[in-house]
Design a protein around this ligand. Structure first.
Ligand SMILES: [Zn+2]
Length: 183
């Protein structure tokens, strides 16, 4: 394990009691999520879309925005000079889970700006990081935490959304049936 990642692993473990050491270890060992990769981002202006800090991982069409794509364990990293997109390929087993994920991303993106609403396909959860955010190690740790959280907890979240919906469905049907019988 790379020394910087080892440092980050210790930090993550000491600050996130929810994570088991094994989970964090497995996640931090991913070759494609290297601390230095994030720290090497530069504040280079996008020649096509202009504006300071326009993320080329989103523009994807300028000459400096050439995308380097890295794939490992259901995670795809798209790296450009000034920004990185991290795509998680979460498992969605049906239309309901697909809808729940899309709604969760949309709502989450209002409070966590690195979460992107758009998607590649049904199970896509995208995180966008620019050079500005990676200037401090703590922000990168938060990004890694979010990756890890969704990788490990999405299934649980989807099941609880389904349970809440099923309860509503049963109770409402019961009430309507009751009223129907009395009508
Ligand atoms: Zn660009």
């Amino acid at each position: 394990m790379n020394r910087n990642n080892l440092k980050l692993l210790k930090y993550l473990y000491s600050t996130n009691k929810d994570l088991s050491l094994r989970e964090v270890e497995r996640f931090i060992e991913m070759e494609i999520l290297h601390l230095q990769e994030f720290q090497s981002l530069k504040p280079i202006e996008c020649p096509k879309r202009g504006g300071i800090n326009f993320p080329c991982a989103i523009c994807r069409e300028c000459e400096i925005g050439e995308v380097e794509m890295l794939v490992e364990d259901n995670v795809v990293v798209e790296k450009t000079v000034n920004s990185i997109m991290i795509h998680l390929n979460l498992h969605v087993s049906d239309e309901f889970e697909k809808y729940a994920l899309s709604r969760m991303k949309s709502t989450l993106s209002k409070s966590i700006q690195i979460v992107q609403k758009s998607d590649w396909d049904a199970g896509d959860f995208t995180i966008m990081v620019d050079d500005n955010m990676v200037s401090n190690e703590e922000t990168i740790t938060k990004v890694f935490w979010l990756v890890d959280y969704f990788q490990n907890n999405w299934k649980k979240l989807a099941i609880s959304a389904k349970q809440i919906f099923t309860n509503w469905e049963n109770q409402t049907a019961k009430q309507i049936s009751f009223s129907y019988e009395k009508a």
